[in-house]
Structure formats: C-alpha cells, structure tokens
Design a protein around this ligand. Structure first.
Ligand code: SF4
Length: 514
C-alpha cells in the first residue's frame, strides 16, 4: 500500500498525476527537483516552526524516525507530556506528523497546532489555498488512531509586527482557532483522502489527468514535456495572458504550434502580435513610440537594480515579516549621450541593517534631475518605499528616487518591440540574450534574485569560511553588475534600432567577468 503523508496528500490535491509519477516513476526523478523558490518557502516554514516552538515551554520532541517515531509518540502521550513536537501517527496508510500536539489537562484531550510561515491564514494572504486542509488531514489520521482531540489552531506570522529590540515571539506569531472550519471541511477532505489512496495505488500510469494542457505555461510542472511530448517547447501555452477558454478551444482542435492558429481565431492584439512575430521570424518595432520614450529620458541615466532578502522572521529593528533587506545594489551612470559609463556598486558584507548606508550612497550618487532606469520598476519602488518608512529622515530621498523611475521593461511588455526570440516574455533573462547574445547569465555563480538572496544570507553567516565569503561576494557583484549593464546594453541597442544618435557601446567591463 502506498503511504500517504500530509505533504503527499496536499500535492495530490494540487495535481494527482504529478504525485503518481513521483511515486511510481522515480527513474524520471531528475525532472522533479524542487525549484529554488519551493526550497526557499520550505526553509522559511521550518524557520518559523523553530521560533514557534518557544511558545511551548517544557515540550518534548519526537526525534526518532520510521516505526521508532510511532513508538516514541506513544510513550510521550502516555506520560502526558505538556506538548509534543513532531508527534507521529500512521493509520490506514496515512501518515501524520504534527507540528505541536498539546495536552489539555482540564478536558483531558489534545490540541493540535500547525505552523505556517505566512502572514495570514491564507497561503499568500490572498485568494489562494488556506491551511485548513492540512489540519483536516491530520485530524482525520488522529481520529482514526483514537486520539481524543480538543481544539485546532494555525500559528502564522503577524504582518503588523515590527521588530523593536529583541524578538517578541508572542507579538510576532498569531494563533488562530480554526476548530469549526476544520470540522466543516473534514468530510470533504476524508473523501479526497480515499480518492488519493485509490488513485496513487494504481500500478499502471493513469491515462490523461494532466489538466495543465489547458493552462498557460507558468502553471506547468517540469513533467509537462514528458506527458505531452507532442507539444512543442514554444506553443500556444506561451501566448501572452492566454485565457483558459481560448486555450481549450485550441487544444481541443489539437492546435499547439503558433503557426497553426487559424487566421480567424479570436486573439487579443498582444497575442496576435506575438503570433505574427513568430511567423515572420523577424522583430516588429514601433520606432516612433520607442524614439519618443527614449527621447523623453532626462540625463544622467541611472541604470539601477537592488538585490534584497525578505526573511520570514525579521532580523533587524524596524523590519516586519518578509520586509526586504536591501543588501546590494548596482548603479551604472551615463551622464550624457557620449559620456563614459560609471559604475557604483554596494554589497553589504555583514549581518546588520544596510538601510542607512544605502541611503547615504544613493543620496551621494543619484542627484535630482535625471532618470532612474529599472527593469520591472515596482520592485525597486517597493524596496525604496520600505526603506523610506524605516528611515523617516530619508523618506524624501526615496520618494524623489521613486519619482525618477522609468521601467525599461515596458518597451517590451507593451510590445513596442516584439521579437520571436522573447517567446512572449518581457523578462530581462529572455530579452537580453536576444538583443545582446554575447551577454549571458548562464555561466554565472548566481543567476537570479532568489539565488542572490540565498547567497547573501550564506555570505554573512558566521559559519561561512572567509574563502567562501570571498567567492560569494564576487559572484554577487558579477550578477548584480550584469543586471544594470544589461539594461544599459538594451537601452543602447534600442537607440541604434530607432536611429537615435548614440556613441559606440561601452564594452562589458572585464571587472565583471568571473
Ligand atoms: S503539468 Fe500540471 S497537470 Fe500536468 S502533471 Fe504537471 S502539475 Fe500536473
């Protein structure tokens, strides 16, 4: 019988087919590696759980694994331990490990706690999945084990919390009593548990079951290609903001290649342009609009990019959960069209709040009157706003910089420049290799913002050796420096494309090479 843990069950709710493949086709296991993002979320959940344990003095911890964990749990429960961490139960093929199981002496029963590294009961504080299924699964398993249960709680972060001095665990964490919600959800979850057992126990690969064929590319997992080998790597799933109903119409007619979309098929203007550029295999450029936009940018041009790390548990005073630590920036400055390209970079190299230093450097280098060019400017604007709120004496500076922001990405996301090589995306990582193929992130030690945040956290850890720190520092500087140089290179390429007078592109500085 397949053993179904809580994680397996929740993954089953997300996608049965994917879980079946993980269990029964481990030989294609390399396709199932966790993304950096998934790992990060997992680690942050663990970090919050470690802090939440401080709310339960006198607790005992099930540290054994396998059958021994079941025995250890029985012993702790028999001794009426005040709280048990990782109490483990295996009944009817379902495995539950509880974050906290607390004994209620008055009512002679056990209260169940689930810790989440989120800012609310919801996964992201919005419309997405809540955490009730997680608890309902555990309640079902514990009831099968004849455990007398009391109340059920989700412990999550308090998004209003702002650290001031030592960490105040009672203010940082919120306990929500969700007993009634779990009770109401339980019948539905138990029906799904039965379905999961039946589906995942099948010996032969279930036919079909990959609903992502009707969803856009960003919803696909890494097994999509294995399940749908006939779908090209660049397909109708990559059409910009394609709606499910339109995608269904295409898929039902087995139309996957952009070249096969009938002329009379209804698409948005953006989608039509994307298809047209693909068929043409040539860029489509709105010269007038690009010329107008670039012509309106006041010099100096400040090509600017932050790297930031938003830990679940605030590390410094003035920070709340997930507020971003601006540990690095890169700034390339072009003071006039035929000027030199200056480079200013900042990388904070110890575990302290860099906000004051960032403010001092930006005050020094970004003077009023020019244009701050970013790629997806809402990120830079958001980090600026957070620093401005933390440092009232610098609020005006960060408001001023936000007022100078121009988003170079919008040339591409608004389709003033369309290229079949972008494959419907306006991300820097897609645009750069098409417009400046000699510049690439491929061989870098750090290749995206998530990796940069992880690398910085490791760099400032006391456990990291000086040699490792030096390598990480170098990797981070190369990565962030390339981000702003890439913006300059793309800006330069656009200037040439639209026939604006521009001096020769200043080459990629050797300093930035690894
Ligand atoms: S592509 Fe989507 S539906 Fe298909 S297996 Fe992956 S997650 Fe499931």
């Amino acid at each position: 019988m397949v053993i179904i843990s809580k994680t397996t069950f929740l993954s089953f709710l997300h996608c049965p087919k994917n879980v079946w493949l993980k269990i029964h086709r481990p030989e294609i296991g390399e396709k199932f590696h966790l993304s950096e993002f998934e790992k990060h979320i997992l680690e942050q959940g663990n970090e919050v759980e470690a802090y939440a344990r401080n709310l339960f003095p006198g607790a005992v911890h099930v540290v054994a694994t396998g059958d021994d964990a079941l025995q250890e749990t029985v012993r702790f429960m028999a001794s009426k331990a005040p709280t048990i961490f990782q109490a483990t139960f295996l009944v009817d093929g379902f495995l539950a490990k509880n974050d906290m199981l607390s004994y209620d002496k008055v009512n002679d029963c056990w209260d169940l706690y689930e810790v989440k590294g989120t800012n609310s009961l919801k996964e992201d504080g919005g419309e997405s999945r809540d955490h009730i299924d997680d608890l309902a699964f555990q309640v079902s398993v514990l009831r099968r084990a004849n455990i007398k249960l009391g109340r059920y709680f989700v412990i999550h972060l308090n998004k209003e919390y702002v650290r001031s001095g030592g960490l105040d665990i009672n203010a940082l964490l919120v306990k929500d009593d969700v007993t009634d919600k779990v009770g109401a959800r339980l019948p539905e979850v138990e029906a799904q548990m039965a379905l999961a057992q039946e589906y995942l126990s099948q010996e032969n690969e279930p036919v079909g079951g990959c609903e992502c064929v009707y969803k856009s590319r960003k919803k696909h997992c890494s097994t999509f290609q294995y399940i749908h080998p006939h779908v090209p790597e660049y397909s109708v799933h990559d059409l910009s903001r394609i709606h499910k109903t339109k995608l269904e119409l295409l898929v039902e007619r087995s139309i996957f290649n952009l070249n096969d979309i009938p002329e009379d098929f209804e698409l948005s203007d953006k989608q039509k342009n994307q298809v047209y550029a693909h068929r043409l295999q040539k860029p489509i450029i709105s010269t007038g609009e690009i010329k107008k936009q670039l012509g309106s940018l006041a010099y100096p041009l400040y090509f600017f990019d932050y790297e930031a790390f938003g830990p679940a548990i605030p590390v410094f005073n003035g920070y709340g959960p997930y507020k971003r630590i601006p540990f690095q920036f890169s700034l390339h400055i072009l003071r006039k069209p035929d000027g030199d390209l200056e480079h200013v970079e900042f990388l904070h190299n110890n575990l302290s709040d860099p906000s004051e230093e960032v403010a001092r450097l930006l005050e020094q280098h970004i003077k009023p009157g020019g244009t701050v060019i970013a790629w997806y400017k809402s990120f830079e604007a958001g980090v600026n706003k957070e620093i401005g709120l933390r440092l009232p004496s610098h609020t005006a500076l960060f408001d001023r910089i936000n007022g100078m922001l121009y988003d170079l990405m919008e040339i591409f996301s608004d389709q003033h420049y369309i290229h079949h090589g972008f494959k419907g995306s306006a991300s820097l990582k897609k645009v750069l290799p098409t417009l400046a193929p000699e510049l690439s992130y491929e061989s870098l030690g750090v290749r995206d913002g998530g990796q940069a945040a992880d690398a910085w956290w490791k760099m400032v850890s006391p456990a990291t050796t000086p040699r490792e720190k030096a390598q990480i520092s170098k990797d981070l500087k190369i990565y962030c420096g390339l981000d702003t140089y890439a913006m300059y290179a793309i800006w330069h390429c656009l200037q040439e494309e639209v026939g604006n007078p521009v001096s020769k592109r200043i080459p990629y500085p050797p300093l930035l090479k690894r």
